[in-house]
Write a protein that binds this ligand. Structure first.
Ligand code: ATP
Length: 429
């Protein structure tokens, strides 16, 4: 984990937030490579969950929502963790994290009584700070989907089963954030609410568990490091009939990456009651009005990034040196191609390398670098997971060929310059 964190900072994936002021604890900023990786993760999810399906509609709802939303959803009454403080060192803990519920895991002293602590961030809308103006930063994106259920029915006229997908920020005032970007107070979620006939819910849940499991595997997560963990009855949220977590074997142990739950008709019924708008579906075939059941695959963008990074980090012995390489899947890796001139003080070589770069940039995320020796340049690109390094040398000026090096095999191939685009397109498609 330390190695992944150090690489993230050194190479510009993820930085501590507000570092010049000493940092805001457990808050992180994505740097130049981090934002590319994040966008790629979100794009891959959207591709699989929206574009490749016929019946899923994307939305992007606001973070601030009508406060009644959170009464209907149960978050105001139920979204609590129990917090206990150490009587001696004053550290605080989430009760469910404690093995001995009465003893401080840090110093061994006693603990206070558990106190419920609501995880929602509260603020005020408008210039007057009074109770009537309280709004919350959403703790999940799901509710933004439920309140748009009728809008989707009226604008898209979907037939069951259908889904609504959303990616966006969520906020939880976690008692014990930590493990780098695993648990933070501001994070991003990728969620689908999939509406089905109640009798089809069990099968749909199984299908989604499989489909979401395979999404991670198809993006390179090793099978041995991913598992399904069905929840025991007593673990289930109050609205949930069944839930399976996908867990990844993080450097700190098996932990949740994504939850896939059968939320029943709880949400639509609750919002119907609180809004007095009927959130039902009319079935043309049976001429019945019904509350669909909801299957919810709910994953974290940041957690999946941590899993992809940990999964991709390799240290390999190459001759006598250690090569650090991020073997990220081609769809996720921030940079696809780096163009590197072998002799930076030969104008014709750099000019040719720059020309190739600008041509490739139109098709792939491509960078140019001539600021170090070739060995160092390769090392830099390996560390950020660049798939192909293209080198331009003296010979290239004459034979109009360049060398392409593959990140994973390190094998090199001479290719005609006018074939390079097709060559890479072939490899990257
Ligand atoms: P945990 O038990 O780890 O707190 P949860 O079961 O409360 O998670 P859900 O409410 O199911 O989480 O949220 C769905 C997904 O959102 C999680 O699987 C995770 O990927 C992500 N997520 C939830 N809370 C956080 C957080 N504080 N930081 C980063 N990601 C989070």
């Amino acid at each position: 984990m330390d190695k992944v964190i150090s690489l993230c900072k050194r190479r510009g994936f993820i930085f501590q937030s507000s570092e010049i002021y000493g940092g805001l604890s457990n808050t992180w900023d994505y740097g130049p490579y981090g934002v590319e990786l994040k966008n790629n993760v979100k794009r891959a999810w959207w591709q699989a969950c929206v574009y490749e399906r016929d019946n899923i509609f994307g939305i992007d709802a606001a973070i601030l929502m009508h406060p009644k939303t959170w009464e209907a959803s149960g978050h105001i009454q139920n979204f609590f963790d129990i917090k206990k403080d150490c009587l001696s060192c004053k550290r605080w803990f989430k009760e469910t994290d404690l093995t001995d519920k009465n003893k401080c895991p840090e110093c061994g002293a006693g603990l206070t009584e558990g106190k419920p602590f609501n995880l929602m961030f509260k603020t005020h809308q408008g210039p007057v700070e009074e109770n009537a103006n309280i709004v919350y930063l959403r703790p999940e994106t799901a509710q933004g989907i439920f309140v748009n259920f009728l809008n989707i029915l009226d604008s898209k006229h979907p037939k069951l089963p259908f889904g609504i997908a959303q990616i966006g920020k969520s906020f939880r005032n976690e008692i014990t954030p930590g493990n780098f970007i695993f648990r933070t107070r501001e994070f991003e979620q990728m969620e689908i609410e999939y509406f089905v006939r109640p009798q089809e819910a069990d099968k749909a849940l199984e299908d989604w568990i499989e489909s979401r499991f395979n999404w991670y595997i198809n993006l390179g997560i090793k099978k041995d490091n991913l598992r399904k963990r069905p929840h025991a009855k007593e673990e289930l949220a109050h609205y949930s009939k069944a839930c399976t977590d996908l867990e990844y074997n993080f450097p700190f142990g098996w932990s949740e990456l994504e939850g896939i739950a059968n939320r029943t008709d709880f949400d639509l019924k609750q919002h119907t009651q609180f809004s007095a708008k009927e959130l039902t579906y009319f079935d043309d075939v049976t001429k019945e009005r019904l509350y669909p059941y909801i299957i919810e695959p709910s994953g974290g963008v940041d957690r999946s990034i941590l899993a992809f990074l940990a999964n991709a980090y390799f240290e390999e012995k190459v001759r006598d040196a250690t090569r650090v390489v991020l073997k990220l899947h081609k769809d996720l890796t921030p940079i696809k191609v780096a163009v590197l001139p072998l002799l930076k003080n030969r104008d014709e070589i750099t000019a040719l390398a720059k020309k190739i770069t600008s041509d490739l940039k139109k098709h792939f995320v491509t960078v140019y670098d001539d600021t170090a020796s070739i060995g160092k340049l390769y090392r830099r690109q390996d560390e950020v997971g660049t798939l192909y390094c293209v080198t331009v040398d003296v010979q290239s000026l004459e034979d109009k060929q360049i060398t392409v090096r593959d990140r994973d095999t390190m094998l090199q191939e001479r290719i005609n310059i006018d074939r390079i685009k097709e060559y890479l397109q072939d490899k990257l498609s």
